[in-house]
Design a protein around this ligand. Structure first.
Ligand code: BTN
Length: 277
């Protein structure tokens, strides 16, 4: 971290951080391959819950389903938090939904924009994706040892940062809101919301988070979607969320709703309609 601009990001950020354990300690890099990969190494070496890795840029930012995450310097937020929840492994995917609510809260309350969530964890503004979340779990004999919760938010990226083919699907808060976002302030606010929701989840489980998630994802109810799920492609209409965060989908022929635990959603007819205002 030799660049004075990076030092100032880290110093300002640490000063503004009101959390109890999230971001303590904080590892900050000017550039790194992937904050998730680095945090996974720290977690394997025994780093404590709350450890956070932030980078100004990533050379190998990882997305879901083996995709890459565009991570140019000086404009966005790339963050990975190490969590060590004492919960059954099956509930860990709920952290994806939890993180999406934390990002949406930050975008709504601290930036004054109108976010929406597309199941499970894409945060959209103006119908375009501005945030991606990647939770990676480490287990031992079936028990959760650590979760690396990676969050990438496109804050101030200009249009040129996105390849032509992504420009109708992805954007930044700056491009959609018309104002530059203060990166250290956003990062501090995000960790604050994340910590609060995480503690709530540990104490009360997913039902305590569900109304907030549904508030941001209300537009999805009744929307026809296609889900590229691990078990195959499923098409249907969104019925809502099950009590554990699974997506309930009504397939064409009627019958019992399908429960989906993971997958990549495409809204039939495009991304850009129906975003809650
Ligand atoms: C997605 O495909 O939607 C998930 C993208 C997750 C990107 C973030 S950026 C910080 C962290 N480090 C990574 O390499 N990936 C996650």
């Amino acid at each position: 971290m030799d660049d004075p601009a990076d030092q100032s990001f880290a110093a300002t950020f640490t000063r503004q951080l009101p959390t109890r354990f999230l971001g303590r300690p904080l590892h900050f890099f000017a550039t790194i391959d992937s904050t998730n990969t680095y945090a996974a190494g720290l977690a394997r070496a025994g780093a404590c819950e709350g450890t956070v890795v932030i980078a100004d840029s990533q050379s190998g930012g990882k997305g879901r389903l083996g995709r890459s995450w565009i991570s140019p310097p000086g404009v966005n937020l790339y963050l990975s938090a190490i969590l060590r929840p004492s919960v059954p492994a099956a509930t860990v995917p709920q952290l994806n939904l939890l993180a999406a609510v934390a990002v949406a809260d930050t975008v709504a309350r601290d930036c004054g924009l109108t976010p929406a969530i597309k199941w499970p964890n894409d945060v959209l503004v103006g119908g375009k994706k501005v945030c991606g979340i990647l939770a990676e779990m480490q287990t031992e004999a079936g028990a959760v040892r650590a979760v690396v919760l990676g969050i990438g938010v496109n804050l101030n990226a200009p249009l040129g940062a996105f390849p032509e083919e992504l420009r109708d699907k992805a954007s930044s808060l700056f491009l959609t809101g018309g104002r530059l976002v203060d990166r250290p302030a956003f990062a501090a606010a995000l960790l604050t919301h994340l910590e609060k929701l995480y503690v709530l989840w540990l104490e009360q489980g997913f039902p305590a988070l569900r109304p907030a998630w549904e508030h941001y994802a209300a537009w999805m109810i009744g929307t026809p979607i296609t889900v590229a799920a691990p078990e195959g492609t499923v098409t249907g209409t969104v019925l809502g969320l099950d009590s554990d965060g699974a997506l309930l989908l009504q397939e064409g022929g009627g019958g019992t709703p399908r429960r989906l635990l993971a997958g990549d959603v495409t809204v039939v007819g495009g991304y850009t309609h129906g975003v809650r205002s």
